[in-house]
Design a protein around this ligand. Structure first.
Ligand code: PLP
Length: 392
């Protein structure tokens, strides 16, 4: 089935199984009754598929999980309460039965750094920050000491570096480690890391997949080998998305490919416009032929799709000047998120990377004058007109 067709059909309109919810759908029921205790026994023993208790399975969530697993080319998925909790359980899954050492890309979402430093490290997991864009260096790190997993983003936040997921997945697997990819920025319309050899993929559903700024959610998609562990850990810790959020996310995904194509096309236009504006010092966007990962982008991205995040530096701007620019925006929403239908602008220093130590931020190349624009589905001329009046 074609990607666009899957977005509308996969996971939906299933014939109801033998179970009847104890309470009424959107499947809010906490438990399910079966005709016979023998049936319930088989379901609880996982000899037969079916819902039994909401922490194990929920039919609304199962439909969403099937849909996203289809879009990502995975075996199964787990819908979670947030992108961060999805990442947490994905990393825990990757580390089961493997050395408790994580090699994590230095260029990642701020909360991912905090998750590894404040949740995993105190539990005895070794965390090492690495440059995943230096394949030889990464190979040496993998060889020097056994690692359990490598964590990276398809398109890094906010500087939009693009790693060679296919090569890194192969190197990690050869060293006995599992690659965990946060695919939030690229989305499965552009890149499907499982098809490139990564066993575990994570999304913040909050962003492009749900797409309308009304859901906080995350999802882990896994290959067959890791699916059993993923579900077992979820049964133990219950990091699940609520069924209403699942419903909203499925509703959002119906138009996700259309929204994303439009957002990607708009982003190319906005990036080109920004490059020509004297108030802008530097533009970060993957369509740049001089992008440090241009060869990887050509290999992994479909033609013409570069994502819909454009980061840029304001010329000679300090924190106060960036605040002034943000306060003058009338259409672009200066708020903390991305991937919504409306354009949004975020100041990493104030939001996503606020809790990162200045030296580490400096090392990451995130300067005081950097902003991150999430391009929406509006008419592109209206987006650039708003940026122009706000740039002054
Ligand atoms: C937003 C985001 C997350 C965290 O997702 P939440 O849904 O906010 O928990 C993780 N990774 C990336 C790349 C994100 O943009």
């Amino acid at each position: 089935m074609n990607f666009h067709t899957k977005a509308v059909h996969a996971g939906d309109r299933k014939r109801p199984g033998p179970a009847v919810p104890v309470t009424t759908p959107v499947y809010t029921a906490a438990s399910y009754r079966y005709e016979t205790s023998a049936e319930l026994d088989r379901v609880l023993g996982r000899e037969e598929a079916g819902p039994s208790y909401a922490r194990y399975d929920n039919p609304t969530n199962s439909a969403l999980e099937e849909l996203v697993a289809e879009l990502e080319g995975g075996y199964g998925a787990l819908a979670c309460a947030s992108g961060m909790t999805a990442l947490q359980i994905a990393i825990a899954t990757a580390l089961e039965g493997r050395p408790k050492r994580v090699l994590a890309a230095r260029a990642v979402y701020g909360a991912t750094i905090i998750l590894l430093e404040r949740v995993f490290r105190p539990l005895g997991v070794e965390v090492e920050w690495v440059d995943v864009y230096d394949l030889d260096g990464l190979a040496r790190k993998l060889e020097s000491q056994p690692a359990g997993c490598v964590v990276m983003e398809t398109i890094s936040n906010p500087l939009l570096r693009v790693g060679a997921i296919d090569r890194i997945a192969e190197m990690a697997a050869a060293a006995g480690a599992a690659l965990v990819v946060d695919n939030t920025f690229a989305t499965p319309l552009m890149v499907r890391p499982i098809e490139l050899g990564a066993p575990l993929v994570v999304h913040s559903l909050t962003k492009y997949l749900a797409g309308h700024g009304d859901v906080l959610g995350g999802i882990v998609v896994s290959d067959q080998a890791h699916y059993g562990t993923l579900r077992a850990l979820a049964r133990a810790s219950g990091p699940l998305l609520g069924p209403f959020e699942s419903y909203l996310t499925m509703r959002g995904i119906k138009t996700f490919p259309l929204r994303m194509e439009r957002q990607c096309a708009n982003a190319v236009l906005v990036a080109a416009w920004l490059r020509g504006n004297p108030a802008v010092e530097r533009v970060f966007f993957p369509d740049d032929p001089a992008h440090p990962d241009a060869a990887t982008i050509r290999r992994l991205f479909p033609a013409g799709l570069f994502g819909a995040i454009v980061s840029f530096e304001l010329r000679n701007a300090d924190r106060a000047a960036v605040f002034g620019f943000m306060d003058r925006l009338k259409l672009v929403v200066p708020a903390t998120s991305l991937g919504d239908v409306h354009s949004m602008l975020l100041y990493p220093l104030m939001a996503s990377h606020r809790d990162i130590a200045p030296e580490q931020r400096e090392q990451m190349g995130i300067r005081e004058n950097l902003v991150r624009l999430s391009v929406g589905i509006e008419s592109p001329g209206d987006i650039t007109a708003d940026l122009e009046q706000a740039l002054g």
